[in-house]
Ligand binder design. Sequence first.
Ligand SMILES: Cc1cc2nc3c(=O)[nH]c(=O)nc-3n(C[C@H](O)[C@H](O)[C@H](O)COP(=O)(O)OP(=O)(O)OC[C@H]3O[C@@H](n4cnc5c(N)ncnc54)[C@H](O)[C@@H]3O)c2cc1C
Length: 409
Amino acid sequence: MNFQHKDNEYDYVILGGGITGLCVAYQLIQRNKTGRKILIIEKESKLGMHTSGRNSGVLHAGVYYKPGSIKARVCTKGVKRLSEWIEKRKININRCGKIIVPQENSLENQLVVLEERATQNGAKVSFIGKKEISKLVPCISPNIKRALWSPNTAVVNPKEVISSLEGELLELGVSIMRDSRCKIMDENRSLTVNNEIEVSYGHLINCTGLHADKIAKLFGAGMNYEILPFKGIYWKLSNKSDIKFNTNLYPVPDLNLPFLGIHFTPTGIDPLSVSIGPTATVALGRENYKGLEDFDIKVINRSLSVILGQYISNKGNFRGYIHSQSLLLIKSLMMKEARKIIPSIKDNDIVASDKVGIRSQLYDKKTKQLVDDFICESTESSTHVLNAVSPAFSSSFELADLILDKLMD
Ligand SMILES: Cc1cc2nc3c(=O)[nH]c(=O)nc-3n(C[C@H](O)[C@H](O)[C@H](O)COP(=O)(O)OP(=O)(O)OC[C@H]3O[C@@H](n4cnc5c(N)ncnc54)[C@H](O)[C@@H]3O)c2cc1C
């Protein structure tokens, strides 16, 4: 794979300039310091315009994931590496920790499951009682007697991370083409960018997030999978609100589903500005951030038929989940949920936020289930990252290494 490089010949072409693509490029350089040529092709005019720039910015410590899963393996180590990388570059990081609280008494035993998972995954957690909980969140419900405390959870502004990583990659000699669409001709390991530039490559790495399944299929990979876009809408605490705290406040999630529940997150930009969300409802298109933007009837039909199937089979209480998520779009019902954790919260404490993100949730057509873990498939000339959902941001350096281990096997 080592060419005598001509102008548009690259050892590696990475499609997609989100956190996954950038970290793969970074780790390729760490492994091959001897002049491998790397090109990142991004369809947007700026990097981080999609999931990587629109997430909650939480650096997850590795609490939730099933021990032995890839998520569990990469999150605990990955978050440590990303936090250190961020600190060295003096990017703002709010090391505010996280508490996970049972929103109903019946969920208390789930805290124990989470504690066991975290311990097995190597993530530091401890149980805390009423006094410590109310020190962290003074307005917490008096019904909450016990919570799980994760001191190593932090929050960043994801856009700052992307921009710093981009700058460093350019300095390290990685080429980045923005505003670039390409036509792939894999038979001869080549592609045409914007109908004019012919690029050839040794290996192509597909990190296109919400579009990864479509690209993979062009290479004959990921044939059993399809991405279902799930939209995450956020609210935020009004700056006039008296409710103030500086930690991540999460409910106990439904551990059968790949979503963490609506949480309160101090933003990475201003620690006292707290976002609330995200919901997880069907998106009208892969990039349907508002209104009918990118409306795609095929995506909607597919998502609705899958959701209907899951709803009827009710695997993992999917029905209950859909009910609760649909209700959360209505402010009064969202407030009802929020009051289970913070009873004093009033309607005017919460205002709509313009923050919206879309999850590239993978669906397995064979097993008819939403895929929980990260998936990566390879052909001789290409590697495809297919389910880069949360915590792919937190885990990015470690996930990149795992992708490269597979590629270099
Ligand atoms: C609402 C929400 C909240 C989240 N919160 C967290 C969190 O707090 N912590 C956490 O760890 N994770 C979180 N995640 C998950 C995390 O954001 C993602 O796992 C991660 O950003 C995925 O990065 P990516 O690079 O794979 O995808 P993306 O960031 O989507 O990047 C893919 C890139 O590929 C480009 N692209 C697509 N098609 C093409 C093409 N044909 N040619 C060239 N370029 C192309 C796109 O323009 C895009 O820039 C959250 C996700 C969502 C949706």
